[in-house]
Design a protein around this ligand. Structure first.
Ligand code: TYC
Length: 121
């Protein structure tokens, strides 16, 4: 229902500059009267548990790439450790994609099997 908020029909603009009798080919252009803003889709960035990545490394990842304080990072790490998967944050597509790449590159550099994924909200 909230998808209808701000919806307005597009308006057909008459671009027929010569009244239709001359060389004008009578094409028209669809214009919009009200600027239409679309809310971006959001994506959850998730960490997956594994048996080998050190807990302190996961905490560091959450502090470094997701701006969590030490307490929040520890809570999320333990949630992933106990439940298999946990949310690091919710972002627009490009931001989420960048976080996933940063975490995967960092884990690989340190030879940890930590996996980070994104899913559409
Ligand atoms: N299960 C890991 C261990 O016991 C810790 C861990 C937590 C690994 C979260 C990955 O996303 C993760 N060392």
């Amino acid at each position: 229902m909230d998808e209808m908020l701000g919806a307005r029909p597009a308006r057909l603009q008459d671009n027929d500059k010569d009244g239709g009798g001359g060389t004008d080919r009578g094409t028209s252009v669809i214009t919009r009267t009200k600027p239409k803003t679309k809310r971006p889709s959001l994506y959850r960035v998730l960490l997956l548990n594994d048996d080998y990545t050190p807990m302190e490394f996961v905490i560091h990842v959450l502090e470094r790439f997701f701006q969590k304080d030490h307490e929040a990072a520890t809570r999320i790490m333990l949630h992933v450790h106990n439940h298999g998967v946990g949310e690091c944050g919710i972002y627009t597509f490009e931001v989420a994609e960048t976080k996933v790449t940063q975490v995967m590159d960092f884990a690989r550099q340190h030879q940890h099997p930590l996996q980070c994924v994104m899913e559409k909200n």
